[in-house]
Write a protein that binds this ligand. Structure first.
Ligand code: GLN
Length: 214
């Protein structure tokens, strides 16, 4: 029904940030710092104008509900099926996963990356933590902030694990779909946004060498 909207995307690349709830504005800042245009996505019409999407952290159960009430779920599902690049962080990762453990019964996910993830798998808010991780494709470690983070329990063979913490995948990719169980937008280091954009063929502006660290 909404498939026609997907065809309408023309013009210079615009990276959407799902802005129903959660940590979306910091993602916009990170993307703009890389020289790309952004647009907050709240409606099917917003979605029709973007070439890729970032799905932020927040609360996946609330976002699932708001995706339904805003009538975004089906058009977004269609865009994802058409191969639109998407980067899901924390709650965004949950929404993209094939299988959600400890989810709410009515919570929906798009199933576009073959992972099983457990909501709050690292514990509650008090168990939030920070750590440096080594990321495939980056020369210096990335400082990762985990907040009520989902824990990846299984990855399918098509999934590329880009970083682990204590042997558990925390950054993964399957084709145009990239997911992180932490919050890369919280730190002033846009290398993961850059990795996402470059992997999907979007041009970025050279960033300041201060974020590379080596
Ligand atoms: N625990 C949250 C959820 O289930 C995710 C937390 C986050 O995005 N920081 O959606």
């Amino acid at each position: 029904m909404n498939a026609g909207l997907a065809q309408a995307v023309v013009g210079p690349p615009i990276i959407g940030v799902l802005a129903l709830q959660g940590a979306f504005s910091a993602h916009e800042d990170a993307l703009r710092g890389l020289g790309v245009d952004t647009r907050q996505v709240r409606t099917p019409l917003d979605l029709a104008h973007v070439h890729a999407l970032v799905m932020p952290g927040g609360e996946s159960t609330t976002m699932s509900l708001l995706l339904d009430t805003s009538r975004l779920f089906e058009p977004l599902q269609q865009r994802l099926a058409d191969g639109m690049p998407v980067f899901g962080t924390c709650a965004g990762m949950i929404l993209l996963a094939a299988n959600v453990l400890d989810g709410r019964a009515d919570q929906r996910s798009f199933g576009v990356i073959d992972i099983d993830v457990r909501r709050n798998g690292y514990g509650r808010q008090v168990d939030s933590f920070e750590t440096d991780i080594t990321v495939v494709g980056l020369t210096a470690p990335f400082h990762a902030v985990f907040i009520r983070a989902p824990k990846v329990e299984t990855t399918g063979t098509a999934v590329e694990v880009l970083a682990t913490h204590d042997g558990v995948p925390v950054l993964a990719r399957q084709g145009p779909v990239m997911v992180a169980s932490f919050h890369p937008e919280i730190t002033p280091d846009a290398r993961l946004h850059e990795l996402f954009l470059q992997h999907n063929g979007f041009k970025t502006e050279p960033r300041s060498s201060s974020t590379e660290g080596g």
